[in-house]
Design a protein around this ligand. Structure first.
Ligand code: BG6
Length: 482
């Protein structure tokens, strides 16, 4: 792998601590980092190199999935340097440029530069402009940009942001992180379908009655009121993670698997996704907000009582929706999504419900449908629900489960897989601009309706599985949530 500089904006922040440093360490200990690399951490604070290194060390000790090896840790920390930077000051980037170059010379590495924006989206614009004007992005080697969500606040602002970024980086150089695409079980979806003729044959409208994607969380708004109260579940989860899961589940696999082909197929899913008019929103999308309730046997306060939330906030902490993909493979099969905070369980999963058997042979019995359940996180595994005769119970048909679950400990974290891909230059599991733009297009009428408060906001009890209205949505079609 090419030697490189990893230039991290936001090196004193929470994401760096929880995800980026542990991921880099795990790649390092697995010998997946380039033989030679420099990490330059940037931030407003006046830290020394040692202070950054101490913070990196703490982060790794707290969050790494691999136990720490002291010798490896020492070498790892030596790759880190801190450089204070006021990102709004153009002249500060001159110093940064010189510093990055100095490290490249010291380590005798090429000017391959990875710019990682782990900062507030308000700063994306000014950073990109200053990086460009300072000459930092004029490299002989490669340059790449890793950018975290949120990618814009709505359709218009995301287009504006993209226009800005495109003046400095080509689409091929932009790595838009959607960490759901880094989850091992999401990356396993294509293999599951295409290496198993049994599943491949059934993965279409002829056999599937409906698809359900759930991403429920137990946590509430936590310390992120300032951010979350402005975005809600619709921007925080649906526009990105949920629609990416829809694309990954519904796409047809190309003959040759590479980033370009996969992205093309995902784009086709979005092109076939039936747009919502404003009138369709209330019929197909349910928004909810958690009220007080019991979570893990303890009283949990409602959203409006959380610190930093406006008393009259109409923000959605829960969204359920029915979507249709109007192409040859999925026409007529409803896709349901639901996601929310302060729900009963933490679970991200995809459930495919198969159509009932033809004929009336078992009319006298309540047959459970066949289900294929793909657990993405925190559990990871696949379960197939079939029916089988139980001779100990008068020969009644009962559901049985064929269950495969993955040893949780050894699986790499999403950020490890994604950072490794970015360093290798593989964009397969990063969101292309087309996908992001089409996702905003689909979501925009919902944002408009909520902005005007033209749809009901349903309260649900903390610790429940969401508002009753979401059950009605799916019952209307004769189904239930799994
Ligand atoms: C993030 C959202 O993108 O995803 C958070 O901003 C959410 O609000 C998180 O909690 C969920 O991720 P995971 O990996 O825990 O399912």
């Amino acid at each position: 792998m090419d030697s490189m500089s990893f230039i991290l904006f936001g090196s004193t922040g929470d994401l760096a601590k929880r995800k980026i440093y542990p991921a880099l360490y795990n790649l390092f200990i697995d010998k997946s980092m380039p033989a030679s690399f420099s990490v330059v951490g940037l931030g407003r604070r006046n830290w020394s190199h040692e202070e950054l290194q101490r913070n990196v060390e703490d982060a790794v000790r707290t969050f790494s999935r691999n136990p720490v090896d002291e010798e490896v840790m020492e070498k790892f920390l030596q790759t880190f340097r801190y450089h204070p930077l006021d990102v709004t000051k153009p002249e500060a980037y001159e110093d940064l440029y010189q510093y990055v170059q100095k490290r490249e010379e010291e380590l005798n590495i090429k000017d391959n530069r990875m710019f990682y924006l782990s900062v507030s989206p308000k700063l994306f614009d000014v950073i990109i402009t200053n990086v460009k004007n300072s000459g930092l992005s004029d490299t002989q080697g490669w340059k790449r940009l890793i950018i975290e969500k949120p990618f814009g606040h709505d359709l218009e602002s995301s287009r504006e942001l993209n226009r800005k970024i495109s003046t400095v980086f080509d689409e091929k150089e932009i790595y838009r992180i959607d960490h759901y695409l880094g989850k091992p079980m999401v990356q396993n979806l294509e293999a599951l379908e295409h290496s198993n003729p049994v599943l491949q044959a059934l993965w279409n409208k002829k056999y599937i009655a409906n698809m359900q994607i759930t991403a429920s969380e137990i946590v509430g708004v936590e310390e992120r009121a300032g951010y979350y109260d402005k975005v809600g579940a619709i921007r925080d989860m649906v526009q990105n993670h949920m629609l990416q899961l829809i694309m990954m589940t519904a796409m047809r696999l190309p003959n040759e698997i590479n980033a370009e082909n996969i992205r093309n197929e995902k784009k086709k899913v979005m092109e076939a996704l039936r747009p919502l008019s404003k009138e369709d929103v209330a019929k197909n999308v349910v928004r909810g907000q958690y009220g007080p309730g019991i979570v893990n046997d303890e009283h949990a306060q409602g959203y409006l009582d959380e610190e930093g939330i406006e008393d009259d906030s109409k923000n959605d902490t829960y969204i359920a929706a029915r979507l249709w993909i109007d192409n040859d493979f999925w026409k007529g099969v409803p896709f349901y999504i639901r996601t929310g905070k302060r729900m009963k369980e933490k679970s991200t999963r995809i459930v495919m419900e198969f159509k009932s058997p033809y004929g009336r042979r078992y009319e006298d019995q309540d047959l459970e449908p066949n289900l294929l359940i793909i657990e993405i996180s925190p559990n990871k595994g696949v379960t197939l629900q079939l029916n089988s005769k139980n001779s100990l119970n008068n020969g009644k048909l009962e559901p049985v489960h064929i269950n495969f679950s993955k040893d949780q400990r050894d699986l790499p974290e999403a950020y490890e897989l994604l950072l490794l891909d970015a360093m290798r230059g593989d964009q397969t599991y990063f969101a292309h601009w087309d996908e992001v733009e089409m996702s905003w297009e689909w979501v925009q009428p919902i944002l408009d309706v909520y902005e005007q408060d033209e749809a009901p906001l349903y309260l649900y009890e903390a610790g429940s599985m969401g508002p009753k209205a979401a059950d009605r949505l799916i019952h209307e079609d004769g189904f239930q949530w799994w």
